[in-house]
Write a protein that binds this ligand. Structure first.
Ligand code: LLP
Length: 380
């Protein structure tokens, strides 16, 4: 399979995000088939992409919503997710955000500290409600991914460290409006070495046994998200290997009878269906480097600038023999570079360029830096 831009979009003003909805549907179908045998509850992480047409399809496929802000909870409700399919995570939830989510009676808060639990209990009490919570633990499992997107190590700001857990459980005795229903962990994102999910499962198994010894039998286990995708060769890997991912938990996680296991996937659901489409403004040859200067930049896709991430780039207009290019954007930052020293067919002003696998953490991380206008999203 190779990438194809619908012909009518060749006239669309650039840059724009193109979303291939049939591919999203195929991805969702593969995901739900793979999740079914083990009966996993999948909550889609809205932070990866929160566009309504995408959310609606995800909801129709039967997934729930994993939100990290009041805005995301609001968006999930707008997209029609049932409140009891919404979870709210995040290390810094504001009172207003908590109140809003309590009023909507969402399924669960993933709580990360004692001060947060106190606020949850107090705010729930003043609404005459009980907040269901899962404790986000920091399992100290190395996800072997980029440092900026590693979250399950003790040096990270996320979760409750295992040494502090006993104290946190004790504090729950004095918090009448909080009901502990589960455990939550998320070790990082863009994880391609799936054995780390076995490490996570073993940590959770130990923890469960320890909790049971203290009289806590939890109906929910949330193992977070993190399944990576193939950025190098998207056409060969349009649909992530969901079966292998769920298989790790089926094999290694000791689920108690009747216990529900939740996952929160973001990237793996939406990355491959999105493409950033741009035009070449200029080709500039300096003494050392041949630059293809695009009309899209780090304002539309910050991942290469922020994490040094690779996105596959294709010239959709040229079949000429290849030359070496640095592909850059128009923003006044040297980090506004999509790729260095890559081979592309000989490129000229006006050529259309596809930057692939941009459906996750692309549009949601866009900024208006340099007073750039927001790029359009088109769906086919
Ligand atoms: N659950 C929690 C608690 C999370 O923090 C995240 C992602 C997810 C689920 C979803 O993870 P996923 O399945 O998408 O890996 N902007 C970065 C990624 C940041 C991920 C933050 N947390 C990037 O562009 O690579």
């Amino acid at each position: 399979m190779s990438f194809h831009l619908p012909a009518e979009l060749a006239q669309q003003p650039t840059p724009f995000y193109y979303y291939d909805l049939p591919l999203l549907d195929q991805t969702l179908a593969a995901l739900t088939v793979a999740a079914r045998p083990g009966n996993f509850q999948v909550h889609y992480a809205l932070k990866a992409n929160s566009n309504l047409p995408i959310l609606q399809r995800i909801r129709e496929a039967g997934l729930g919503a994993d939100c990290v802000s009041g805005g995301e909870v609001q968006r999930a409700l707008e997209a029609g997710f049932a409140p009891d399919h919404i979870v709210f995570a995040g290390v810094g939830k504001s009172d207003a955000e908590i109140n809003r989510a309590l009023a909507a009676d969402i399924f669960c808060f993933n709580a990360e500290s004692v001060p947060e639990l106190r606020v949850l209990s107090e705010l729930a009490g003043s609404q005459g409600r009980t907040a269901r919570v899962a404790l986000r633990i920091n399992p100290n499992v190395d996800a072997h991914t980029h440092a900026y997107i590693t979250t399950g190590l003790e040096a990270n700001k996320f979760g409750i460290s295992l040494q502090d857990l006993a104290g946190v459980l004790d504090s729950l005795d004095s918090l009448p409006n909080v009901e502990l229903i589960g455990l939550h962990a998320h070790i990082g994102s863009q994880i391609t070495n799936l054995t780390v999910f076995a490490d996570l499962s073993r940590k959770l198994n130990e923890l469960q046994t320890w909790l049971e010894g203290r009289g806590h039998h939890l109906p929910h286990l949330n193992v977070g998200g993190g399944l990576g995708i193939n950025y190098q060769d998207p056409d060969q890997h349009l649909i992530p290997d969901f079966a292998a991912y769920f298989g790790m938990f089926e094999q290694h996680l000791q689920r108690r009878p009747g216990q529900q296991v939740h996952v929160e996937l973001g990237r793996a659901v939406v990355a491959q269906c999105g493409t950033l489409v741009s035009r070449v403004l200029y080709v500039k040859e300096s003494q050392q480097v041949r630059f293809a200067i695009l009309d899209a930049g780090m304002t539309e896709l910050i991942r290469p600038a922020l994490y040094g991430s690779h996105h596959h780039i294709q010239n959709l207009s040229s079949q000429a023999p290849a030359l070496t290019y640095d592909v850059v954007g128009p923003i006044c930052e040297s980090s506004d570079t999509f790729a260095k020293g890559i081979l592309l067919p000989e490129t000229q002003r006006g050529d259309l360029v596809a930057i692939r696998s941009a459906g996750a953490y692309g549009e949601v991380m866009a900024s208006g830096y340099n007073l750039r206008e927001k790029a359009a999203a088109v769906y086919r």
